[in-house]
Ligand binder design. Sequence first.
Ligand SMILES: NC(=O)c1ccc[n+]([C@@H]2O[C@H](COP(=O)([O-])OP(=O)(O)OC[C@H]3O[C@@H](n4cnc5c(N)ncnc54)[C@H](OP(=O)(O)O)[C@@H]3O)[C@@H](O)[C@H]2O)c1
Ligand SMILES: *[C@@H]1O[C@H](CO)[C@@H](O)[C@H](O)[C@H]1NC(C)=O
Ligand SMILES: *[C@@H]1O[C@H](CO)[C@@H](O)[C@H](O)[C@H]1NC(C)=O
Ligand SMILES: *[C@@H]1O[C@H](CO)[C@@H](O)[C@H](O)[C@H]1NC(C)=O
Length: 334
Amino acid sequence: MASLSGFFRYIVPILVALYGIYYWQFVASRRYFTADVELKGKTVIVTGGNSGIGKETALDLARRGARVILACRNLQKAEDAAKDIRTRTGNSEVVVRHLDLGNLQSVRNFSSKIVESEERLDILINNAGVAKWQTDGVIATKDNFDFVFGINHLGHFLLTNLLLDLLKKSASSRVVTVSSLLHSNAPSVLNMTRADPDVASFLYPHLESYPVSKLANILFASELARREASSGVISTSLHPGVIYTPIWKTHMLVESRFKAAMYYVMSPIMWLMMIDEEAGAQTTIHCALDDSVANFSGSYFDNCQVAPPSALAQDDELARRLWEVSCEATGLDC
Ligand SMILES: NC(=O)c1ccc[n+]([C@@H]2O[C@H](COP(=O)([O-])OP(=O)(O)OC[C@H]3O[C@@H](n4cnc5c(N)ncnc54)[C@H](OP(=O)(O)O)[C@@H]3O)[C@@H](O)[C@H]2O)c1
Ligand SMILES: *[C@@H]1O[C@H](CO)[C@@H](O)[C@H](O)[C@H]1NC(C)=O
Ligand SMILES: *[C@@H]1O[C@H](CO)[C@@H](O)[C@H](O)[C@H]1NC(C)=O
Ligand SMILES: *[C@@H]1O[C@H](CO)[C@@H](O)[C@H](O)[C@H]1NC(C)=O
């Protein structure tokens, strides 16, 4: 009995205090984009705008009056999201277009339709992303690149390049690429030898990891900024925070040994530890809209502020080489 009351008298308050410190440090300190920016007459594309922080970003931009194009793989989910956003914002200019970033022909089809049908493109948000537990066992994209790297980096690389003329025509315009803090776990990004005989048929077999694709996102964004320094296209990348989105749900359901049981036990804990989707969209919105960002093209942001990414992510020569390799991989003439 004594130990039980000791538990309530000491341990519980200590746990509550620790959680309080954690909450204050990681949740309550999140910054929100509060400027009153109107987007009437502007056009925005959000890849993966049917779920998680992509949907939350699209919702915010639609509220400001933009024409919002949800570029999505799962059309049913996208139509549901578009309808929800239209209802909540009263903005009827929220539309869905099909885009599978894991299929370069789909990226080309999507881009040429946009170029044909849209007069302008003010903001491109490269938000879609998969983690390796979300691939349903698929290891390669349609074009035989690693699934995660192919979608997260190569698909967005080609997409941005094919939309670049439209972005330039609409300058000052912005490209915002959603990376992750996990980029710093990447050992390298140009380790693209065909060393593994089992996957010798893949062009770049050694890029399976999520961190590598997220490092590539940052290098891509900074190289784009350098190349477009005088064209009025501003490019940034960011870490959105650790957010309770479907990415984590699938992690527990697919990756964990305890599957569903794990999900029910961990969900409330993750909910307490992670920020919500609205908070998770703020840095993307900041990069897309804040005036001050125009002076920080090429930078990486965290919690609505410029932050230093890993040393590799600041390697300009690596960024230049990745650009060349990505051109070759996607068949771009550059
Ligand atoms: N949640 C976090 O804690 C966290 C932390 C750091 C970075 N991020 C990054 O934030 C971004 C958004 O993730 P989220 O957390 O919001 O997860 P999410 O809800 O799972 O959203 C991922 C989105 O990517 C789309 N997508 C996946 N593969 C695609 C493909 N081949 N073609 C087109 N779209 C595709 C998904 O569409 P479908 O519905 O069709 O699959 C979905 O809309 C990702 O880039 C992720 O890496 C998230
Ligand atoms: C791309 O468009 C062509 C022509 O409309 C079509 O035949 C093809 O199936 C499309 N491919 C993809 C992957 O969307
Ligand atoms: C490539 O990866 C291998 C093993 O993963 C590692 O030993 C090697 O140092 C890497 N090379 C470069 C250039 O990063
Ligand atoms: C950007 O930098 C210029 C030159 O340093 C400065 O005059 C301007 O006020 C800055 N713009 C914003 C929005 O911070």
